[in-house]
Design a protein around this ligand. Sequence first.
Ligand code: 5GP
Length: 146
Amino acid sequence: MSLDGVYDDNNPFALILAGKIPSIKLYEDAHTLAFLDIQPQSRGHSLVISKWSRARNILEIEDEALAQVMASVKKVANATRRALAPDGIHIAQFNGAPAGQTVFHLHVHVVPRWEGGPLGFSAHAQGNVADAAALTALADEIRAQF
Ligand code: 5GP
């Protein structure tokens, strides 16, 4: 799928928002939702989405929705830092399949990084699916820091 296209109501994040598939939530407000990535690039890797925008990518998103998402990204990054003490935090966002996008509901990745750890992001969404119990315990640690 390219930069142009129609919003798919059955994309995984639409299904999470509709309560049709589970997610391990970190943070939620009236406009945004943050949850742990099921194929994490690092411990604590999470995603932040708009609850109401049907933008597939940053080229389409309403300014208001983008501002709401980025305000939540900041909150999630700070809570993740307090919980996990990373040395850095990688904020990433992909637009179009050739750029690495695999889910077409705009989302921002919040990826804690530690000194000496991997830097690349090219193989994201291809790693092992994380253990659900481990992710749930990790989410408790981060949620305690909001
Ligand atoms: P993209 O490649 O579109 O930038 O990133 C999509 C991200 O969503 C990937 O990191 C992938 O692991 C994650 N992902 C895909 N499907 C699901 C899902 O059903 N639940 C959760 N929590 N993450 C998902």
